[in-house]
Each structure stands twice: as structure tokens, then as C-alpha cells.
Design a protein around this ligand. Structure first.
Ligand code: ZN
Length: 443
């Protein structure tokens, strides 16, 4: 007996960056946590399946992948608006994070995971604190996640040891849905010696790395002035890039930096809404693709984004790369869809089993209802996903072969209870004393 049959849907396939195919009248067969076959409707006998989903009129796409987030920051949503990056850190984020108490990260994670699943996101790479709470929330939600405990140079060896311990405890947990890695914050908050220590620990424990670097051109200039090296060169110098590394943003990456990332097989998380909102430069996604660097989409935290909406990030990716190049021909539909799915999977080191609807791949699937007026008439479903779709179109979500949202209802998270608890914590979490910040931004 096979476990799950998704019947009679449109199936989106993105075999490479230049091809997006939509097949009609397809069934997706799932055994355990993997897709076993995709075939024309009518060939499979529904009585041979434990569960069937009638997906008539729905489009199945690979679950969206969020390659850079600080999900629990949804608790601070709306508390740092319209301020430049240095004030955003020093007067808002780092004082606000001083308020975090036990229980907050778990609560924020549950709220954010409900939002992510609701928006068709099936995997998130999260970079935050108190990650045992985050991991427990991921386990409960049914989502897939790549989790790293954010550490700063000021935390020294003890912080690194704790984060290694976290990684070892949760690696492969939740039926394999949780992957862990080391998450040093950034070269400007982690001195070289600390980064070298992280690189050594990563080698010894076979862990990957997730770090912010070259967030702006200003950071790159300041780094060259202070150290003679760009932030990306520092990652290379300190040995971090010897491990598979996700670099968040890299908006200030030079041509040489992009070559360094390509040489080491490092990947980049691109979070366009944050860049627009904070007046930063854009990641040069088209140039990185040309150099062979894997790029995935990210939301970043909800205090810069302000949502965890990867459909929106995909649309901004397509529009902004075109705008920057002054031509409609760059970042076409297939490349945008690839970046949101396959690119993200490769960026997280899971390209051979995640991010595609193909036999043998993990069964992480978003079913979208494209019957809304904003899609009709539906001449081009692939283009509709990039340019028209919104999170309300997401109908049902399957992760690791299990239904986690059915007919727009998130199954494993008690959203009413989470919202009530979040509401009760609002006053306490919104207090701000800049003298009490957890770090100082001075790149
Ligand atoms: Zn970030």
C-alpha cells in the first residue's frame, strides 16, 4: 500500500534554469517521505493508497525554500520602521532582542512557521538564538528546517561549544526534517580568530555554515579600509569557505568576491524586500548564476521584510534584476521559479533530493488554487506563479510526505492559541533601551 495519492493536478517541473514545464492531468504518488512516481491521472487505483487528495484544478509546485530567515523575529514585527541599517541594529533590533525570555523563541517560531506553511514554504534556514525552542517548534509543525544558533565573537568558545552541542543534538531529528549547521553572525561581529575557531569546529564535526557577509557596499568598503580584505575574502582567509557555506545577502560582493564564492562552492541567500526597505544594494543574482554560484531566496527577519512571503520574494527577484539590468529579458519566469525551489535546495546542500517534483525526491509540495480572478484566464501558469500569485492561493501543503496544511488550514499549530500568547507578550517585547543592546553595529 502506498501512502499518499495527489490526484489530477497540474504539475510544475523546472529541470533547469531555462525551462519550466506544466503538465496537466497528473497524479503524484508518494511512499513514506518520497515521491515515487508522477503519471497521467487514471493509471493509479486510489484504493491502493492510505490517503488521497483530490487536486482537480490545483497546481502542484515544489515547496518554496526560504534560505535565510530569523523566523522568531515575527514577534517584533512593525517595531523598527523606516530607519537606516545602523540605527535599525543599534537602536532597535539589538535592544529589542535583549527582551527575549525563555519561551519567546518557541512562540515566535510557531507563529512564523504557520505563516511560512500558509505561504507554501516547506523548508526554512533559520539563524537565531535559543534554538532548542526553535527546533521543538519545527518538530511539532511538520516543517523542514536548517537551523543554526547565531553566535558572536563576544560569546567566545563557550558560545561556539553550545552551538556545536545544539547541532549534534538535533542533526537529523524530526524524521530527518531538521538539519543543523554553525551560524556565526557576520565578519563585523566575529573577529578573524573566532571565525577560524568556527571553521575548525565545522571541519571537526562535519557541519555546514550559515553567515551574513557583504550585506552592503559600505560594509565591503569599510572592511577593505580596516583589514585590507573584503568580507568575502575574510570568509576565505579564515577557512570558513572550506565548508559548504550559505552567505546571506552578499549585496556588496565584488566581481572577485563572486569568483571566490564560485571557487569554493559557497551559496548565497537573496532577500530582496529587506534590501529595498533598508535602502541597500541588491545581490547580483544574474552575475552569480553566470559564475555558477547557487542562489536561493530568503525572507530575512520580519522586522526588515515585514513578512515571510517567498512568493513575494520571487516576484521581487524577477522585477528587480530586470530593473537593474534595464531589460525585461533577464531573470525570466523559469529562472525565478528555479531560484525559489531548486536554487534554494542547492544553496542548502540538498540539491540532489529537494526542490523538484521528480521521482525519488522528498515529497515537499505546495498545491495552489489558480482559479482566482487575478490568474484568469490562465494561459501561462508558470508566469502566473511568478507575477500574479499570492499566499492566499496556497491551498494544501505536503512536507516529508505528510499533509501539514489542508484546504488553507494549518494542521499541527494551534494558531488561535499562538496568536493569543503573542498578543499577551507584545508590551514586554516592545520595550527598548539602547543601553541594553546585545551587540553594537560598527562595521
Ligand atoms: Zn539576516
Amino acid at each position: 500500500m502506498t501512502d499518499l495519492l495527489i490526484q489530477n493536478c497540474l504539475v510544475l517541473r523546472i529541470p533547469n534554469r531555462t525551462t519550466a514545464i506544466v503538465d496537466e492531468g497528473q497524479d503524484i504518488l508518494i511512499r513514506g517521505n518520497r515521491i515515487t512516481a508522477i503519471q497521467p491521472t487514471g493509471l493509479a487505483d486510489p484504493s491502493h493508497f492510505r490517503e488521497t487528495i483530490d487536486a482537480s484544478g490545483l497546481l502542484a509546485m515544489p515547496g518554496l525554500i526560504n534560505t535565510h530567515a530569523h523566523v522568531p523575529m515575527v514577534l517584533f514585527r512593525g517595531l523598527a520602521e523606516d530607519v537606516p541599517l545602523d540605527r535599525w541594529f543599534n537602536e532597535y533590533i539589538w535592544p529589542l532582542e535583549h527582551n527575549l525570555q525563555p519561551g519567546d523563541v518557541g512562540l515566535g517560531m510557531e507563529l512564523g512557521l504557520a505563516e511560512l506553511i500558509r505561504g507554501g514554504v516547506t523548508t526554512v534556514a533559520d539563524h537565531y538564538f535559543n534554538m532548542h525552542e526553535a527546533a521543538a517548534a519545527v518538530e511539532k509543525s511538520g516543517a523542514r528546517a536548517v537551523l543554526g544558533w547565531a553566535i558572536f565573537g563576544t560569546g567566545g568558545e563557550e558560545a561556539l561549544d553550545n552551538s556545536v552541542q545544539f547541532c549534534q543534538q538535533w542533526q537529523g531529528a524530526a524524521d530527518g526534517r531538521i538539519t543543523t549547521l554553525l551560524a556565526p553572525h557576520a565578519p563585523y561581529t566575529c573577529p578573524d580568530d573566532f571565525l577560524r575557531m568556527v571553521a575548525a569546529a565545522a571541519r571537526e564535526t562535519d557541519l555546514n555554515i550559515h553567515i551574513h557577509a557583504a550585506e552592503t557596499l559600505d560594509q565591503t568598503r569599510a572592511s577593505v579600509e580596516k583589514t585590507g580584505r573584503t568580507p568575502i575574502q575574510i570568509l576565505e582567509d579564515t577557512g570558513l569557505l572550506d565548508r559548504p557555506t550559505i552567505v546571506a545577502h552578499a549585496c556588496g560582493a565584488t566581481d572577485d568576491d563572486i569568483a571566490i564564492l564560485a571557487k569554493h562552492g559557497a551559496s548565497v541567500a537573496h532577500c530582496p524586500k529587506t534590501y529595498l526597505k533598508l535602502g541597500m544594494e541588491l545581490t547580483r543574482v544574474t552575475a552569480m548564476h553566470a559564475a555558477g554560484v547557487h542562489v536561493g531566496l530568503g525572507s530575512d527577519g520580519a522586522v526588515s521584510n515585514n513578512t515571510l512571503n517567498i512568493l513575494e520574494a520571487m516576484r521581487l527577484l524577477a522585477l528587480l534584476q530586470k530593473d537593474r539590468a534595464h531589460t525585461a529579458e533577464v531573470m525570466p519566469v523559469a529562472e525565478a521559479l528555479y531560484t525559489a525551489t531548486r536554487g534554494g535546495a542547492y544553496a542548502l546542500g540538498m540539491g540532489d533530493e529537494l526542490g523538484a517534483l521528480e521521482p525519488g525526491f522528498l515529497a515537499d509540495i505546495a498545491l495552489l488554487d489558480l482559479s482566482g480572478l487575478h490568474h484568469q484566464p490562465l494561459h501561462n501558469p508558470a508566469a502566473s506563479l511568478v507575477y500574479n500569485a499570492d499566499t492566499h492561493d496556497v491551498h494544501t501543503v505536503v512536507i516529508n510526505g505528510k499533509v501539514v496544511m489542508r484546504r488553507k488550514r494549518v494542521l499541527n499549530i494551534d494558531v488561535t492559541d499562538v496568536l493569543e500568547r503573542a498578543r499577551r507578550s507584545m508590551t514586554r517585547l516592545s520595550q527598548r533601551d539602547p543601553a541594553q543592546r546585545i551587540q553594537t553595529y560598527a562595521p
